[in-house]
Design a protein around this ligand. Sequence first.
Ligand SMILES: O=P(O)(O)OC[C@H]1O[C@H](OP(=O)(O)OP(=O)(O)O)[C@H](O)[C@@H]1O
Ligand SMILES: Nc1ncnc2[nH]cnc12
Length: 172
Amino acid sequence: MSELAGLIRRVPDYPTPGVLFRDLTPLWADSQVFHRTVVELSKVNQVPDVVMGIEARGFIFAAPMALHLGAAFVPLRKPGKLPGPSHRVEFDLEYGSAVLEVQEGACGPGSRVLVVDDVLATGGTTRAAAELVDRLDCQLVGISVLLELADLGGRALLEDAGIGPVHSLVRE
Ligand SMILES: O=P(O)(O)OC[C@H]1O[C@H](OP(=O)(O)OP(=O)(O)O)[C@H](O)[C@@H]1O
Ligand SMILES: Nc1ncnc2[nH]cnc12
């Protein structure tokens, strides 16, 4: 999808100095490209039972992908947003630290899970998501991201931890 690169806006020093932020709002505003992106991101080796989206930007791709794939949608949320007992993982980000949570029993034991996010940078977020999948006794069958920032080493971090496969549409 060669048109994608032109729809990713690069914003220097956002949200903190030294970070080159990739703004995907131009892509989401183009309904045809957005639709094709959802279809392409859904072309994974194993059909999942569950698509897990990572708050917040991951939700934007994960929910339509779940509908496209005929799979359940499960949100991985920032702390304190989910009612009832949850599993919790803390991790580091390119610009800070964070926590992700998922409701206990969000998917049945052994369910095949595809984790979806917009950007793979250091891989910390996706690794935390994979840990939550483990805690649920579910089976990770893949990770789909729109954009992979190769210099930040996320793919290598995940491969070293035996997490994957990673499917990305843009690598830079
Ligand atoms: O590979 P990593 O280094 O972990 O970084 C990738 C994560 O960073 C961004 O999330 P952010 O926490 O900025 O949240 P948002 O989606 O709520 O904007 C992005 O949406 C990914 O989830
Ligand atoms: N540089 C970046 N741009 C957009 N989202 C990100 N998430 C982590 N790093 C990012």
